[in-house]
Unconditional design. Structure first.
Length: 80
Protein backbone atom coordinates (compact mmCIF):
# COMPACT_ATOMS: atom_id res chain seq x y z
CA UNK A 1 0.00 0.00 0.00
CA UNK A 2 2.44 2.62 -1.23
CA UNK A 3 -0.35 5.12 -1.75
CA UNK A 4 -1.11 5.33 1.97
CA UNK A 5 2.59 5.80 2.81
CA UNK A 6 2.91 8.52 0.17
CA UNK A 7 -0.18 10.29 1.47
CA UNK A 8 1.08 10.06 5.05
CA UNK A 9 4.49 11.41 4.00
CA UNK A 10 2.83 14.33 2.20
CA UNK A 11 0.68 15.15 5.22
CA UNK A 12 3.69 15.05 7.55
CA UNK A 13 5.72 17.23 5.16
CA UNK A 14 2.89 19.77 4.89
CA UNK A 15 2.50 19.93 8.67
CA UNK A 16 6.23 20.45 9.21
CA UNK A 17 6.36 23.10 6.49
CA UNK A 18 3.40 24.89 8.01
CA UNK A 19 4.97 24.86 11.47
CA UNK A 20 8.27 26.10 10.02
CA UNK A 21 7.04 28.73 7.57
CA UNK A 22 3.97 30.23 9.21
CA UNK A 23 5.91 32.16 11.89
CA UNK A 24 8.41 33.37 9.29
CA UNK A 25 5.65 34.53 6.95
CA UNK A 26 3.86 36.28 9.80
CA UNK A 27 7.07 38.09 10.77
CA UNK A 28 7.63 39.06 7.13
CA UNK A 29 4.07 40.40 6.89
CA UNK A 30 4.51 42.44 10.08
CA UNK A 31 7.81 43.85 8.82
CA UNK A 32 6.28 44.74 5.45
CA UNK A 33 3.42 46.60 7.18
CA UNK A 34 5.95 48.43 9.37
CA UNK A 35 7.99 49.53 6.34
CA UNK A 36 4.95 50.47 4.23
CA UNK A 37 3.51 52.64 7.00
CA UNK A 38 6.81 54.53 7.29
CA UNK A 39 6.84 55.45 3.59
CA UNK A 40 4.54 58.50 3.81
CA UNK A 41 6.90 60.62 5.95
CA UNK A 42 9.84 59.55 3.77
CA UNK A 43 8.03 60.54 0.58
CA UNK A 44 6.98 63.86 2.11
CA UNK A 45 10.60 64.56 3.06
CA UNK A 46 11.86 63.60 -0.41
CA UNK A 47 9.27 65.83 -2.08
CA UNK A 48 10.17 68.75 0.18
CA UNK A 49 13.88 68.38 -0.65
CA UNK A 50 13.41 67.69 -4.36
CA UNK A 51 12.61 69.93 -7.26
CA UNK A 52 8.85 70.13 -7.61
CA UNK A 53 6.34 72.58 -9.00
CA UNK A 54 4.77 73.10 -5.57
CA UNK A 55 6.60 72.73 -2.25
CA UNK A 56 5.16 70.32 0.30
CA UNK A 57 4.46 73.21 2.69
CA UNK A 58 1.94 74.55 0.17
CA UNK A 59 -0.25 71.48 0.64
CA UNK A 60 -2.99 71.66 3.20
CA UNK A 61 -2.11 69.78 6.44
CA UNK A 62 -5.58 68.16 6.77
CA UNK A 63 -5.25 66.99 3.17
CA UNK A 64 -1.88 65.38 3.98
CA UNK A 65 -3.39 63.63 7.02
CA UNK A 66 -6.30 62.38 4.94
CA UNK A 67 -3.97 60.95 2.30
CA UNK A 68 -1.81 59.31 4.99
CA UNK A 69 -4.88 57.73 6.65
CA UNK A 70 -6.18 56.43 3.32
CA UNK A 71 -2.77 54.94 2.56
CA UNK A 72 -2.47 53.28 5.98
CA UNK A 73 -5.97 51.79 5.68
CA UNK A 74 -5.02 50.48 2.23
CA UNK A 75 -1.88 48.85 3.62
CA UNK A 76 -3.84 47.27 6.50
CA UNK A 77 -6.54 45.97 4.16
CA UNK A 78 -4.03 44.47 1.72
CA UNK A 79 -2.12 42.72 4.50
CA UNK A 80 -5.17 40.98 5.98
Amino acid sequence: NGVNFMRAACIIAMQKAQVSFDPVLEALKNRAVHVMKRLCPIVEHMVSKGVSAMPIEAYNQPFQEMIRNIYERFVDKQME
